[in-house]
Ligand binder design. Structure first.
Ligand SMILES: *Cc1c(COP(=O)(O)O)cnc(C)c1O
Length: 483
């Protein structure tokens, strides 16, 4: 037996890198990243590819390892080349963010030290750090000291946890679901409908409340609908407001929704995945009035704090509510009982073993301070307003005035189908590749979206976007302009 163990050990020790090898591989990875990051000007945001990264399949997973250089080439050609580069300053599609480099540094450390931040007992400092960050966000939104929450992998999971929590706090049992009513607008992010399904509420009644011209919920309709539903013997239980919709960056009248929710004893959830961190700006904060009336909020540091993908947050006004859905004890975790000075993420989320994601947010905020984040957020607001003004001078039609950093626009040609025409614009921009737009359809109308939210995006990139659009309209082609 000892012989066998020693034989296996000889091979398994390869998993612990020798210092020399560690240094070499570190060097290779660092130089790969340096090349990637120094390559942003001129920007390449979208690279149309025939192969769609298929070459990654040509490298089989085998018994023996392969040289780092071979793998980095495969990565560069197949993963970091085709299609969208969300790290690029020219990314105006969906919701950009960019990914500040301090995320990478912190993730490197979190992975290398591999601390277990799921329970207080295992890593009290890590749990305190995460709760400290959550309390900082709770304070920003005006929640009381009873509030806490959880750092999730993203906004979708934060929304799911909130909805599951609402269901349990409001004691909605399986037999009640058909009579339950949920109130939203059709501009709510689709992850909310998805969460309702995952949370077993597929059969619940969803009421889509009408919106005004700026796509805000018309609260008098909400009030009427709740009263009508109660009269019918239904059970209104949840209202979801958006603090920054994905399509147009619209903030619902949170104050009015909050008051109605209170009056009718509904759980009030706010999806602030995109918009939440605009509250760091004193200039923008009044828009969010009433968010403190909510019971739960989803907010995404991988959007509004420009961190790399993989961190969202759920904030809950009364942390006890979270326990109801998420706490569970097991015999194999008995050592941790009664040593908690701060709640464990494992009791406040579906996860047990998890990425120590708090470190990336903590290191980024601590190293750079809040000030550059706030400035970047405000800069994006003004860049969006600038674009909104200038694009009209080119002859484009626009949607409502941007409340945050998203504008919608389209060109209505003298003849022909506007949808086809605008779709062609998006396609031409994609072929050029320096910038990227995504599109949407609202009330049957095709719009191009201008979402400016990468920390890397500054005035020259917006000017480039404007000049490319101008070239398309006036020359029907793209001039070779760089910034
Ligand atoms: C991005 C977004 C989500 C989903 O969050 P993920 O982090 O992508 O899972 C939910 N709601 C809104 C308003 C969003 O913008």
């Amino acid at each position: 037996m000892i012989d066998k163990i020693k034989k296996l050990e000889k091979i398994s020790t390869q998993l612990e890198l020798k210092p020399e090898k560690r240094k070499n591989w570190n060097q290779s990875v660092l130089s790969y990243i340096d090349t990637f990051l120094d390559d942003f000007n001129p920007t390449t945001t979208f690279q149309v590819s025939e192969d769609m990264g298929k070459g990654i399949l040509d490298i089989p997973i085998e018994e023996a390892g392969k040289p780092m250089e071979q793998l980095l080439i495969a990565l560069k050609d197949n993963v970091d080349r085709p299609n969208l580069n969300p790290a690029s300053a020219g990314h105006f599609g969906y919701i950009p963010g960019g990914g500040v480099y301090t995320t990478a540094l912190a993730d490197y450390m979190a992975a290398a030290t591999n601390r277990f931040s799921g329970v207080f007992y295992a890593c009290p400092g890590g749990v305190r750090m995460e709760n400290h960050l959550i309390r900082w966000m709770c304070k920003m939104v005006g929640y009381p000291d009873t509030a806490l929450g959880n750092l999730s992998s993203g906004g979708s999971i934060a929304n799911l946890s909130a909805i599951s929590t609402a269901r349990d706090v409001k004691e909605i049992k399986a037999r009640d679901i058909e009579n339950c009513v949920i109130y939203l607008t059709d501009q709510v992010h689709h992850c909310v409908q998805k969460a309702l399904r995952i949370a077993g509420m597929r059969e619940a009644i969803i009421r889509y409340i009408p919106m005004d011209g700026a796509y805000k919920m018309k609260t008098p309709f909400l009030a009427q609908q709740i009263i009508a539903d109660k009269k019918e013997g239904l059970r209104p239980f949840l209202v979801v407001g958006s603090a920054g919709t994905t399509n147009t960056g619209t903030v619902d009248p949170l104050d009015q929704i909050g008051q109605l929710a209170k009056m009718h004893d509904l759980w009030f959830h706010v999806d602030a995945a995109y918009g939440g961190f605009f509250m760091l700006s004193p200039e923008m904060k009044p828009l969010f009035k009433g968010i403190e009336l909510s019971d739960s909020i989803a907010i995404d540091p991988h959007k509004g704090l420009f961190l790399s993908y993989g961190i969202g947050a759920l904030l809950i006004k009364n942390v006890k509510a979270l326990y109801k859905t998420h706490q569970y004890s097991a015999t194999y975790l008995q050592d941790q009982i009664n040593v908690e000075e701060d709640p464990s993420p494992a009791d406040l989320s579906p996860e047990l073993t998890r990425h120590f994601r708090g470190l990336r947010m903590w290191l980024s905020l601590q190293l750079m301070g809040i000030s550059p984040f706030r400035a970047a957020i405000e800069e994006k607001v003004y860049l969006c307003r600038y674009f909104y003004d200038k694009i009209q001078e080119v002859g484009f039609e626009v949607g409502p005035y941007p409340e945050l950093s998203i504008a919608i626009f389209r060109y209505v040609p003298k003849q022909g189908d506007p949808t086809k025409f605008n779709d062609k614009i998006v396609e031409l921009i994609k072929q050029d590749g320096r910038i990227f737009f995504s599109s949407t359809t609202i009330d049957g109308v095709y719009w191009i979206r201008f979402a400016v939210f990468s920390f890397r995006t500054h005035l020259p990139h917006v000017e480039l976007a404007l000049s490319l659009l101008k070239d398309i309209i006036f020359n029907k082609k793209l001039e070779n302009r760089s910034i």
